[in-house]
Design a binder for this molecule. Structure first.
Ligand code: ADP
Ligand code: MG
Ligand code: MG
Length: 252
C-alpha cells in the first residue's frame, strides 16, 4: 500500500530525512518512535504534502501511484489521512459542514454517491457519540475554542468519518492524559481492519499498551535505524535511546 524508498527531505534548506525506507501493507499498524528531533513529524508532513517540506531524493508509492506527484487534496482523496492536518480554526464554517465537504470529496473520487445532509448528519452523530463529544460539536466552528482533549476527540471523529486507507497519527508532542489516550486508542482499534493501515508516531510506549502495533520502527537522524515487533517498544521504554550513540541523538 505504501512503499517509501530512500526518502530525503528538507525544511528551509535543512536536511531532515536522510534515506528513509518503509514498507506498509494493507491492515498493518506501524509505530514510529525515536528521540526528539529525529524527523518523525517531518515524515508525516512530507507524506501529507504540507507546504515547505521539500523532497530531495527518493520515492513514495501509495496504492500503486506516485504520492509525491499529488497535491494535498489529491492525497486526501486517495485515502491518506494525517491527524492535525486540518486548519487550526475556521470561524463561520461548522465542523459538520467542513467534514461533509471533505468526506464527499473522497466519496466522489472513489465513484460513490455523495452523502445528503440528512445521511451525513446520521453518520456524524454516530461518530460524535463514539468519541464521547456532545452533539453540539457538529454545529460549532471548526476547532473554534476547542480544548486540547476536544481537538483530539474531534480528530478521531474526522478519521472515523473519512474512512481513510492510511491514517497517520502523530502523538509525539501532545501531552495526552489517560482519557484522551484511551479515545485515540479506541478510535484506532475500532477502525482497524484488513485493508486500513496506520502509522502511529509516538514518543511514549504508553500508547502502545492500548494499540498493539504489528511493527515498531526507531527513527533517528532522519532514517529508520531499527525495526522490530511490539517488544521493541518495551525495550525502548526500559533503556531509552542511549544505545543509538551520540551521533544519532540530540538528547541522551
Ligand atoms: P520529531 O517529530 O522526531 O521530534 P521533527 O520532524 O519535528 O522531529 O523535526 C526534525 C528536525 O527538523 C528538528 O531538528 C527540527 O528542529 C527541524 N524542523 C522541523 N520543522 C522545521 C521548520 N519548519 N523549520 C526549520 N527546522 C525544522
Ligand atoms: Mg519533536
Ligand atoms: Mg514530532
Amino acid at each position: 500500500m505504501l512503499t517509501i524508498k530512500n526518502l530525503h527531505a528538507s525544511v528551509e534548506d535543512k536536511t531532515i530525512l536522510q534515506g528513509l525506507d518503509l514498507e506498509i501493507k494493507p491492515g498493518e499498524v506501524h509505530a514510529i518512535m525515536g528521540p526528539n528531533g529525529a524527523g518523525k513529524s517531518t515524515l508525516g508532513y512530507v507524506l501529507s504534502g504540507r507546504d515547505g517540506y521539500e523532497v530531495d531524493q527518493g520515492s513514495v508509492e501509495f496504492n500503486g501511484k506516485d504520492l509525491l506527484d499529488m497535491d494535498v487534496e489529491e492525497r486526501a482523496r486517495e485515502g491518506l489521512f494525517l491527524a492535525f492536518q486540518y486548519p487550526v480554526e475556521i470561524p463561520g464554517v461548522s465542523n459538520m459542514e467542513f467534514m461533509k465537504e471533505a468526506v464527499n470529496a473522497v466519496r466522489e473520487q472513489q465513484g460513490e454517491e455523495a452523502y445528503t445532509s440528512a445521511e451525513f448528519l446520521k453518520k456524524a452523530k454516530e461518530a460524535c457519540k463514539q468519541v464521547h463529544l456532545p452533539l453540539d460539536f457538529l454545529k460549532r466552528g471548526v476547532n473554534e475554542g476547542f480544548s486540547g482533549g476536544e481537538k483530539k476527540r474531534n480528530e478521531i471523529m474526522q478519521m472515523i468519518l473519512m474512512q481513510p486507507s492510511l491514517c497517520i497519527l502523530d502523538e509525539s508532542d501532545s501531552g495526552l492524559d489517560v482519557d484522551a489516550l484511551q479515545v485515540v486508542a479506541d478510535g484506532v482499534n475500532s477502525q482497524r481492519n484488513s485493508e486500513r493501515s496506520f502509522i502511529v508516531v509516538t514518543h511514549y510506549q504508553r500508547l502502545l499498551d492500548y494499540i498493539e502495533p504489528d511493527y515498531v520502527h526507531i527513527l533517528a537522524k532522519g532514517k529508520i535505524v531499527k525495526s522490530g515487533d511490539a517488544s521493541l517498544a518495551k525495550e525502548v521504554e526500559a533503556s531509552g535511546y542511549a544505545w543509538l550513540g551520540d551521533k544519532n541523538t540530540e538528547e541522551a
